[in-house]
Structure formats: C-alpha cells, structure tokens
Design a binder for this molecule. Sequence first.
Ligand SMILES: C[S@@+](CC[C@H](N)C(=O)[O-])C[C@H]1O[C@@H](n2cnc3c(N)ncnc32)[C@H](O)[C@@H]1O
Length: 260
Amino acid sequence: MIISQIAFNVSGIILNEKKKDLICSRLNKRLRANNLSGFEEYCTLIQESTDERLQMVSALTTNVTSFYREKHHFYYLSKLIEDKFIEKIQNGEEFRVWSSACSSGEEAYSAAMTASKILMSLPCAKVKILGTDIDNNMLERSKAGIYSLEGKKNIPSGIFNEFCLEQKNQFTFKKEISDRLRFKSLNLIAEWPFRSKFHAIFCRNVAIYFDKMTREKLWSRLAQRLHVGGELYIGHSERISNPNMLGLRSVGLNSYKRVE
Ligand SMILES: C[S@@+](CC[C@H](N)C(=O)[O-])C[C@H]1O[C@@H](n2cnc3c(N)ncnc32)[C@H](O)[C@@H]1O
C-alpha cells in the first residue's frame, strides 16, 4: 500500500494491514480537505506534495498526551536537578531538557513547571526546554500554550496556582514558564539540526510506532545527546534492550542515566 510506504519513509511509523480501516477513516478528512473523490487520487497527491505528506502523517499519528503523564518521570527530573545538577546551575550552567515528540506540548510544559518549582529559590537559573514534533499542527498548539480546564486536573494544585493563569474555561502559563520553552519542527528519524546536549530527554510513546531497527538507532542517537549524568525517559510500553552498550544505565521506571 503506497500510503503505508510513504508514512514509513516520512516518519518511520509502521502501519500494518490490521490498521487499514483506521487509516481510511483518518484519511477521509484529508480527501475532503483536498476535494478528492477517492484514495487513488490521494496517492497521486501525496507522491507529489511534501505538504500533504506531512498532513497525512499528522492525520495518521496519535497525539494523545496529558500534563504530568507517567508522573514518576517528573519526580526523577526534580531529583536529577536537586541531587546532580543544582551546583552547576547555581554556577550559571544552562539546564536543558528536550521533549522530543511533544505533541500538543503538555510534556514540555510539565517539565518546565517541574524545573521551575525546584529552582524557585534561584529565579535567575537558566533553564531551556525544547519541544519538538513532526506534526506542525501540534506544534502550533504547543506554541499557543492555551489549554482547556480539563488539563488542570492532572497538574498538582500548588504548581497550577504558582505557574498557571486561568481564563474563563481555559488556562495558560505565566511568562516565567513560557520564556523557558521553545517549540520546533523535528523528525526523529531524520537529521537533527543541532549539536547540543541535554541534561534530560523525554522520548515517550513515539518509538512504539517504529520498527525495531529504527527504535534502536533512535535510542543510540538520543544517548549521544545526553550529558554524562543526564537522563532519558521513555514511554511505559517501551524498553531499551541493551542500555550498557549505549553508555546508559537503568535508574528507574523506563528511565536511563548516561554513565560514560
Ligand atoms: C502519542 S504522542 C506522545 C506525546 C508525549 N511524548 C507523551 O508521551 O505524552 C506521539 C507523538 O509523536 C509524534 N511523532 C510521530 N512520528 C514522529 C517522528 N518521526 N518524529 C517526531 N515526532 C513524531 C506524533 O506527531 C505525536 O505527536
């Protein structure tokens, strides 16, 4: 099927035969948006248009996320700052976190609030949270940073009161949080347009859509982007089978530390 081949080439996502009905129902809205009457015409379009290929991936991927999802990782992140990097931060080092498949941004904002809470007594601490995703529609939502009050229930109330601003039936973030965030488009299976390293990387609930080879290459590339002592957090149904070969050590639930 041309559609699954192109989805794989563009994003690494595996769509098997069992997902055919789901694929068709998700792509029907792309057919309507392009005024097309059938999938044959749609296959021609995606072979010609880079934009539509990205729209297709956006329609096919799952963007489910929430604030403080798999909350143990935010606890590990606060311990990482407190126990390992606080002195360096006090001495002016920028603490850098990468939310590498950030969807609509909740993971990146949760990391920013976690770091800001731990560093409350150091208002000048330099903290940079980078949120990236392949889906530009999701990045627009991340950049806007406006969420329905439904999301409030997952944010500890003390943190919500400290860093969020409620407006009618929505909320957003105080400047001290949004100033620490940047959102950019990035395809995890392509070249990454930066060389910098991070103290913590979240790569959760995206590698499950890749095949084994793509997944293992991704873990290895992410490990190389961690500072020694930095941590990688992966999704609840993901696992790194050979952490020591990558210079990683398991340090908690779906969490790995760069050791060398
Ligand atoms: C289920 S969401 C995970 C969101 C968040 N990390 C979490 O765990 O709550 C998966 C995200 O991966 C993104 N994605 C899929 N393939 C990608 C790729 N090749 N590069 C970057 N992001 C990708 C999707 O657009 C989607 O937003």
